[in-house]
Design a protein around this ligand. Structure first.
Ligand code: ADP
Ligand code: MG
Length: 341
């Protein structure tokens, strides 16, 4: 055996493969700034997201916490007047910050895709569903034979039985729930590595919502895509996600395995969020709200963003920089309760 081969063998034995070798998405230190009426808002603050292949990450937090802006940034679909900075922002081997507009257009829909709350915007209103299906199939590398049987199969996968009627319809002729299902089918057909779903069931009635969530659970089992599932609904997040990331005022304040975050939340904000959602499920007449408002997004921040609302606040919370602590295996919380002294 040559010395080199011997070394390689030793390496394999003593060094487990670096975890991030399998991460399809690696985002470190993502910031997004927006200009709003002459004021510069720091809307996404030092966000880290590492997504393993076929992992589902639930991104939760109150309205206005920066979830949508984070999602849009990952597809480089941030608003025109936004600036993005990041230490790392990679989709597999592609640098999303450095990629040209042309390269980004090529990636979107094929390697990374987004499903929005309102599916209507994803369709050309003047074209039938069949036309949209053909467009997606045309771009697939493995295309052969007539498109219609393949399109029927795609729709069957999202539980649409009368595929021919749907393929012959214009987007406005379908219900919101049906259109969302069609969109999911088309997104899956392109076989992207990463799918970002931003509150995809929020506009739908409860029965349709349950159907679509069942669909996502099936997709999770049968497709290899990694998901970021953005929602303000804790029960949705819990049902679908492998890991949960909690956003507050532009920052991720806690991230960890779903069960750990829901059973033993560490950050006082997460504790409050979960208490609120449990009360909702139990049909509480009055919600135990987290008192106070979200902090402003302009300017520098000193200390913890949640401190003004936090029941566990300590004097140093408003003066010290608060980094991520590791209060439990695989769990990170941006809270001084868990910081090393
Ligand atoms: N086009 C815009 N111009 C100015 N501010 C915006 C714009 N879009 C969003 N924001 C602000 O950015 C913050 C984050 O918004 P968003 O990412 O949509 O939150 P979420 O999806 O968590 O509800 C909010 O405070 C929102 O008011
Ligand atoms: Mg949003």
């Amino acid at each position: 055996m040559s010395a080199q081969a011997g070394m390689r063998e030793t390496n394999v034995m003593i060094e487990p493969p670096a975890l991030n070798a399998t991460n399809v998405l690696q985002v470190h230190g993502l910031n997004l700034y927006l200009d709003a009426k002459g004021r510069r808002l720091h809307v996404v603050r030092s966000v880290d997201i590492d997504l393993a292949a076929s992992e589902v990450l639930g991104l939760i937090g109150e309205s206005g916490s920066g979830k949508t802006m984070t999602g849009l940034s990952l597809l480089r679909l941030e608003p025109e007047r936004a600036q993005i900075t990041a230490e790392t922002m990679r989709l597999d081997d592609t640098d999303l910050l450095a990629a040209s507009q042309g390269a980004l257009r090529g990636l979107r829909g094929s390697r990374i895709a987004m499903i929005f709350q309102d599916p209507v915007g994803a369709f050309n209103p003047a074209k039938r569903i069949g036309w949209h299906a053909r467009e997606v199939l045309r771009r697939r590398a493995t295309r052969a034979g007539p498109w219609r049987p393949v399109a029927r199969e795609l729709l069957a996968e999202v539980d649409i039985a009368d595929a021919d009627r749907v393929l012959g319809s214009y987007p406005h002729q379908l219900s919101g729930g049906m259109l969302q299902r069609v969109l999911i089918a088309l997104v899956l057909a392109a076989e992207p590595q990463v799918i970002i779903a931003d509150e995809p069931t929020t506009n739908l009635d409860n029965i349709v919502e349950q159907q679509i969530l069942r669909l996502f659970r099936k997709v999770k089992r049968t497709h290899g895509a990694a998901f970021i599932f953005i929602t303000h609904d804790m029960s949705v997040a819990a049902a679908l996600s492998d890991r949960i990331a909690v956003m507050y005022a532009g920052e991720i304040v806690e991230v960890g395995p779903t069960e750990a975050v829901f059973e033993t939340p560490k950050h006082p904000y997460t504790v409050g969020l979960i208490r609120t959602s449990r009360a909702l499920q139990d049909g509480a007449a009055r919600l135990p709200e987290i008192a106070g408002e979200l902090p402003g997004l302009s300017g520098q921040r000193t200390g913890c963003a949640f401190a003004p609302r936090c029941p566990e606040r300590m004097p140093q919370c408003t003066t010290r920089t608060v980094g991520m602590a590791r209060p439990a295996p695989g769990v990170q919380a941006r809270c001084l309760l868990y910081a090393d002294a």
